[in-house]
Design a protein around this ligand. Structure first.
Ligand SMILES: Nc1nc2c(ncn2[C@@H]2O[C@H](COP(=O)(O)OP(=O)(O)OP(=O)(O)O)[C@@H](O)[C@H]2O)c(=O)[nH]1
Ligand SMILES: [Mg+2]
Length: 202
């Protein structure tokens, strides 16, 4: 979280995290295509020639008000490919909320698990834990024939019973429900942090 007191703006960082090709960039593309231009910035995508994210995607949204301040949600995706570990760490720095985009295809379950463990490790390095941090799970690619049943995926991935959503990110199904749910969690969290920040400033 970053507070610009003069402009009365709060910047909050949401990161889409998950295995390579799981559909993180597809989420941002869909959100970008549906949001009123007055409430969004440009969609910045840093891709390889094969359309894989090599650094991050970025989109800024303005959403309502928190305690008289304008919240700006900065949405990022990380590169899912295993060898971009350092980049994920950089993008994740200062994160306020996470949408974990899992790939529902059965053959991707190991990659989902490895990526979730990797996420937990990165959070611990920032002094946070998955148990206490705002995050939601999006089970993406529900349209594919090898999609695992949700309750099986839940048992493997949803260790802390966080909100979860079924999605087909390319068609938009589940994209806004996931986004709204993470915003809700982050806003609830911010209220308590804001109180502390105001007191430290006084
Ligand atoms: N069938 C289907 N395809 C999807 C879905 N979501 C994404 N895709 C496709 O999967 C491929 C990868 O999607 P991306 O959004 O680029 O995946 P990513 O998670 O950003 O991948 P990295 O940037 O490499 O980490 C693309 O060809 C998408 O069109 C989905 O729900 N269903
Ligand atoms: Mg991507």
């Amino acid at each position: 979280m970053f507070i610009h007191w003069a402009l009365r703006e709060i910047h909050l960082k949401l990161v889409y995290y998950g295995p390579g090709l799981g559909g993180k960039t597809a989420n941002l593309k869909y959100i970008y295509s549906k949001i009123d231009p007055a409430l969004k910035g440009d969609l910045v995508m840093l891709n390889s020639r094969e359309d894989r994210t090599i650094f991050f995607d970025f989109l800024q949204l303005e959403v309502g008000q928190i305690d008289g301040k304008k919240p700006k949600f900065n949405l990022y995706t990380v590169p899912g490919q295993v060898h971009y570990n350092h980049t994920r760490k950089v993008v994740l720095n200062g994160v306020d909320g996470i949408v974990f985009v899992a790939d529902s295809q059965r053959e991707m379950m190991d990659a989902n698990l490895d990526t979730l463990l990797d996420l937990e490790k990165q959070l611990v390095m920032q002094g946070k834990t998955l148990e206490e941090f705002p995050w939601v799970i999006q089970y993406n690619k529900r349209d594919l024939p090898s999609a695992m049943p949700i309750d099986e995926m839940e048992k493997k991935l949803n260790l802390y019973g966080v909100p979860f959503f079924e999605a087909v990110a390319t068609g938009g199904q589940g994209v806004f429900s996931s986004l709204k749910a993470i915003i809700k969690q982050v806003v609830a969290n911010v209220h308590s942090q804001l109180g502390q920040a105001e007191r430290m400033r006084a």
